[in-house]
Design a protein around this ligand. Structure first.
Ligand SMILES: CC(C)(COP(=O)(O)OP(=O)(O)OC[C@H]1O[C@@H](n2cnc3c(N)ncnc32)[C@H](O)[C@@H]1OP(=O)(O)O)[C@@H](O)C(=O)NCCC(=O)NCCS
Length: 198
């Protein structure tokens, strides 16, 4: 089966990915509590297109992640962000959020990155570290040409992460999404492989 310019035998991400402080690995069913701990919080989801999640919604989210993992060629790489533990054999490792890369336009080798962290871990550079790793893998391992990201214009933290990734603001959309009873204004950011890998 061919999907756009990607086929089943094309490279996938070498999961788990690793950064100095983090491991990015596939979600498992056992991650439910840790995922629900951040995805059920209004302060985490208030600028997002989903949430705050009920228990059922978090369970469905994880089920969708597991389905995505089996897809060939895989289109969605939603990964758990694990803070490395200090102890032996990974003792003290903690799931602090999620980072995702979605093949949103395979024909044009374009992916979309997104991230969410538990508030206990905000402001310590973890989102940037995780996003930088998955964007790097998207370009160097999946052979993407362009990676985009969108955010609500009020989401200063998310826009800042995109800018620190080296992404350029390409679009300012007015009332582009209708979410939970209100029209949302969005930014579109993007970066090209040649810029990122330079
Ligand atoms: C967006 C989010 C993932 C950022 O995570 P984080 O780990 O705190 O971000 P980092 O620590 O890597 O910060 C990266 C930059 O953003 C800045 N930043 C973080 N929070 C900020 C805020 N509330 N306002 C302005 N800048 C902020 C940091 O200061 C840093 O820039 P600096 O190095 O120049 O100081 C986190 O706030 C979050 O989970 N929010 C809820 C989910 C969400 O909105 N996801 C984005 C979907 S589009």
């Amino acid at each position: 089966m061919r999907m756009g310019r990607r086929s089943v035998d094309e490279p996938t991400l070498a999961i788990p990915l690793e950064t100095p402080r983090l491991i990015l690995r596939d979600f498992t069913a056992r991650d439910f509590e840790a995922v629900h701990a951040y995805s059920s919080l209004d302060e985490v989801t208030r600028f997002l297109v989903w949430g705050p999640n009920t228990t059922l919604q978090s369970k469905r989210t994880i089920r969708a992640y597991l389905d995505d993992q089996r897809e060939r060629p895989r289109q969605n790489f939603d990964l758990a962000i694990i803070r490395k533990g200090e102890g032996r054999r990974g003792a003290g490792q903690q799931l602090i959020g999620g980072v995702g890369l979605k093949l949103c336009d395979g024909e044009n080798l374009t992916g979309e990155v997104g991230y969410a962290l538990h508030p206990d871990y905000w402001g310590q550079g973890y989102a940037l570290e995780a996003a930088r790793m998955i964007v790097h893998a998207g370009f160097s391992e999946l052979g993407l040409q362009r990676i985009i990201a969108t955010c609500d214009q009020r989401n200063k933290a998310s826009a800042r992460v995109m800018e620190k990734l080296g992404m350029r603001r390409e679009g300012v959309f007015r009332q582009s999404k209708y979410i939970q009873g209100e029209w949302r204004d969005e930014f579109l950011y993007a970066i090209l492989a040649a810029e990122f890998l330079r």
